[in-house]
Design a protein around this ligand. Sequence first.
Ligand SMILES: [Fe+2]
Length: 157
Amino acid sequence: MSVDLQNLTDNARKTSVEVLNALVADGIAVSRALKQAHWNVKGPGFIGFHELLDQVKARIDDGVDNLAERVQQLDGTAISTVQKVAEASTLKPYPTNLVKLDAHAKAVAEILREYGGKLREGIETTDEAGDPNSADILTAASNDVDKDTWFVSSYLG
Ligand SMILES: [Fe+2]
């Protein structure tokens, strides 16, 4: 049986499912980029940065979970396979040749900033389409991403 939430137009539901799924794909891409950095980073400051990356990843994953579960509330299908994520993500690919902490901090801050911008666009689109609840879920995710962008950028002085 469909959830069929009251006072939500078909257009609002359809728009939100599209926006949320696009951001699920981007969030999963960020999550994998964080592991790329967590495993490969080397140099002074290693342990703090290595551990921070896993904390950031846990917050990204929680945000993605909330987005995907909102898709279910809207009678959509959440998409999460690596093949579909690779097709759907619009973020710049995270480089796989980085080693130094500075280089990873710069690249991680950049991908978080890009994701934060896309979340903000999603807040606007879902709100304008008439689904403030999805906008609210995206706002919560975006607050975490902004804070983590600050944490990671702080490694760059
Ligand atoms: Fe680890």
